[in-house]
Design a protein around this ligand. Sequence first.
Ligand code: NAD
Length: 357
Amino acid sequence: MQSSTLELMQQMGHEQVVFCQDPHTGLNAIIAIHNTTLGPSLGGTRLWNYNTHEEALIDALRLSRGMTYKSAISGLNLGGGKAVLIGDAAKLKSEPYWRRYGKFVNSLNGKYITAEDVNTSKGDMEYIGMETKFVTGKPEYSGGSGDPSPVTAYGVYMGMKASAKKAFGSDSLTGKKVLVQGAGNVGQYLMGYLVAEEAKVYTCDINESKLKQVVTLYPKIEVVDSSTIFDMDFDIYAPCALGATVNTESINKMKCPVIAGGANNQLADENVHGPMLVEKGILYAPDFLVNAGGIINISIEIDGYNKERAMNTVAKIYDRTLQIFDIAEKEKIHTQLAAMRMAEKRLSDIAHLRVGI
Ligand code: NAD
């Protein structure tokens, strides 16, 4: 028997899930608020043509929970939330569509703050911003922090360098063979850092135009076939496309000693694949720890944006990643679990702090 929405919320610890629909604009939205212990829930709005409503709900629940962990481990006073909009982006996007969604976000009175995600842009955030102040990631010219991808990529780069230090004894990536899977926003900026450090960079993407962009920008990068990447030898695998690419099948084939990338929910099942990576001697940089640059950037927008402050805060991902590796080693647990426990401890400590005077 399938679990009901409430049962899923109970299993994953969600506070509130809001369903919104508007026949006039074609809007069908699920806003999932996972945890507001540390502050208002913040997470992007994803517009995707899900096959079923259940698939959309599970995505919203998993992604919002991930945001709670991401903000908690990054020391931010933000909770975890996420919104998914169901449908075909090419057919739905319009000013009334975004403004109707903005009104729904506004009705939550700041318990959920939105931002960009897959298929949503800075321009869409501007329309949402006409109906609510609870929106971030607006363009720089309207006081926002702009595109979070370069800052996310910088954080991933910091986490990758920390991983190299742990695995190879030095954080230099010069000469290291790095496969960046996904030449999208985060992947391209990450490759910029890697090329600058003279790593040997390989990439793959299912979208030919993205590959052309990368090779034009960085002619030394080698394009490889997406379907055979795990048959190849690399020092570092950087998942920067979709989630669940670290699974039983891929781990069985993997030859790389390190995984450090920007994608969300990289482990298909953290309880199975976290320990499996340890057994195979592959060092895994927890995704929600190293890809937190975007949310850190946005959190600074809430206080009044300052780029230097954002980059300095994101650079701390380097030390935090090393700290997690040490804890995992000492406690003989996998790195994702070590990161989750650190995030949960902060949530629990701050919850207790708020009890009493
Ligand atoms: P994007 O859509 O710009 O890039 C993703 C790229 O992956 C696309 O070019 C797509 O064609 C490619 N891709 C899809 N399936 C693939 C496959 N099977 N093999 C190879 N390539 C494939 O997205 P993005 O903003 O660069 O985000 C990448 C990942 O990082 C996503 O998982 C996202 O959730 C995560 N993330 C992004 C940010 C951010 O600031 N943009 C922050 C945190 C996490």
